[in-house]
Design a binder for this molecule. Structure first.
Ligand code: BG6
Length: 502
């Protein structure tokens, strides 16, 4: 592993006392530090609304690492925390940015940092604009080194709002300075999709509509909305998961080989996939291809699970979807006729993210005369286990031609013995290095909204739109999600642990 490969920089973190900083950002920075990936003179300036003593802030960071870090909080901790500062800042008060500038300049002098500045906005999206404007007006961007901006999703709540936001941010930062996070792109196995596809001679020739019957992408969660009712009730699963994570996984599976393994070449190919995805023009098309669901109450093994509308900060009459399944068609030469089925939801039976490629049936001769031979599957497991499984048919030993499915497994944790880095570690590291490959470019974001907006419009504005289907909390979504595949003569393959692929 190369160590300290990027230039020193000051990381200015807005929202340093928030949930994301606690669960993901500080643990990621600590891992990068432990793995020798940060420059020895790195500095983080954490910003929050509240007045807080250095000691209280340090304790907060410490307990977040104790809870969420994959490294022990041992004697290296003291050294790590000495690089982290805290400052109170009110986002709308210009003079607070003057103070911030003083702090940034003083740590740059003290640590001999060449004015490279990374601004991380781990805050609500409606605050992106005031922050960037103040950064510009108060002189924080008049630095001699590089400047970069990391922003979290959601990027807008539909295309017009995303365009407006983008225009505002573009007045301050250039597109190549903006790093829009989609943390799924930082996941080990999502990045591995490219390697599986482009480093193995036996997959790429089969990777098309001649040999593949359909591709299934599932991201299921056991949690409900937890404490995020306020945020989630305005978004729903379509905006929260499909517009970004699910469509990004589709692009990784469907893209053409890029001309070079460079950020722009890769993102160009992903954009072409998004352009080829068939848009829904009518409510009937939405009804036919998209299922929306919401979890209702349930009782499992004496445990009472609340329905979505009973959750804290959720409108009791909410029509927000907590589950989406959809059939997506990529209308290009490679994929014409191959459905990409996606589904995602909260309060499902297991936490799992998986992609399953179902290959076409063998001809109906020999072992498949009756047509009941199971198809070959390539399973890419992203979470909880990271691995690749290939499901094949083989002769059952000791029988005369009985066929049994067998599985060839490559499992990261067992084979490589590595506890792979968290998505946020990779992404922060990439942003510090100036590598934007696994961040979403503006054209990707806008095209994703063009796919999702007609679905939202149909749901919101038409009486002809199919209703929200309730599913009992803890079950695998509404029945209609199963019917979506059944009407095509397909079925969802069980996820890891749901049943055996093997
Ligand atoms: C986030 C969504 O982007 O992704 C959350 O806002 C969701 O609602 C989360 O829980 C899922 O991420 P992961 O990595 O746990 O699959």
């Amino acid at each position: 592993m190369s160590r300290n490969k990027h230039e020193p920089a000051v990381i200015v973190m807005f929202g340093a006392t928030g949930d994301l900083a606690k669960r993901k950002l500080f643990p990621a920075l600590y891992s990068l530090y432990r793995d020798g990936q940060l420059a020895p003179n790195f500095v983080v300036i954490g910003l929050g609304r509240r007045e807080m003593s250095k000691n209280d802030f340090n304790e907060r960071v410490k307990s977040s690492l104790e809870e969420f870090s994959r490294h022990p909080v041992d004697n290296e901790w003291e050294q790590f925390i000495s690089h982290i500062h805290y400052q109170r800042l009110d986002i709308n008060t210009a003079s607070d940015y003057d103070e911030l500038l003083n702090t940034v300049e003083s740590v740059e002098r003290e640590y001999d940092i060449p004015q490279n500045r990374l601004f991380y906005l781990a805050i609500a999206p409606e605050l992106f604009e005031p922050v960037t404007v103040h950064l510009k007006n108060q002189g924080l961007l008049q630095n001699s080194g590089w400047k970069r901006l990391i922003i979290e999703k959601p990027f807008g709540h539909d295309l017009p709002s995303a365009e407006e936001l983008n225009e505002k941010i573009n007045q301050v930062f250039k597109e190549e300075e903006i790093y829009r996070i989609d943390h799924y792109l930082g996941k080990e196995m999502v990045q591995n999709i490219q390697v599986i596809r482009f480093a193995n001679s036996f997959f790429e020739p089969l990777w098309n509509n001649q040999y593949i019957s359909n591709i299934q992408l599932t991201s299921s969660e056991t949690v409900g909305v937890e404490t995020r009712g306020n945020y989630y009730d305005k978004l729903g699963a379509l905006r929260d998961m499909v517009q970004n994570h699910m469509l990004q996984m589709v692009t990784m599976m469907a893209m053409e080989p890029p001309s070079r393994l460079k950020a722009e070449a890769i993102r160009d190919e992903k954009v072409k996939v998004l352009r080829s995805i068939r848009r829904f023009n009518t409510v009937e098309e939405v009804n036919q291809h998209v299922v929306r669901g919401q979890y209702g109450p349930n009782e499992i093994e004496d445990k009472v699970l609340k329905g979505y509308t009973e959750e804290e900060n959720v409108d009791p009459n909410s029509q927000t979807e907590t589950f989406v399944a959809a059939k997506i068609m990529v209308d290009n030469f490679r994929w014409a006729g191959v459905p990409f089925y996606i589904r995602t939801g909260k309060r499902l039976p297991r936490k799992a993210t998986e992609i399953i490629v179902e290959f076409k049936q063998m001809p109906f001769v020999f072992f498949n005369k009756e047509g009941n031979l199971e198809p070959n599957l390539l399973v890419i497991r992203i979470y909880p286990e990271e691995g690749v499984h290939l499901k094949l048919n083989a002769k059952k030993p000791g029988t005369e031609g009985n066929i049994m499915p067998i599985s060839m497994d490559f499992c990261h944790e067992f084979t490589v013995g590595i506890n792979s880095p968290e998505a946020y570690e990779r992404l922060i590291n990439d942003a510090l290095e100036g590598d934007s490959t696994y961040f979403t470019r503006w054209d990707e974001v806008s095209l994703a909204w063009k796919i999702v907006d007609p679905i939202i419009d149909a749901w919101n504005s038409s009486e002809k739109a199919l209703p929200l289907h309730l599913y009992p909390a803890g079950e695998m979504g509404p029945q209609e999600a199963f019917q979506l595949l059944e009407q095509d003569g397909s079925k969802w393959w069980p996820l890891d642990g749901e049943d055996n692929h093997e």
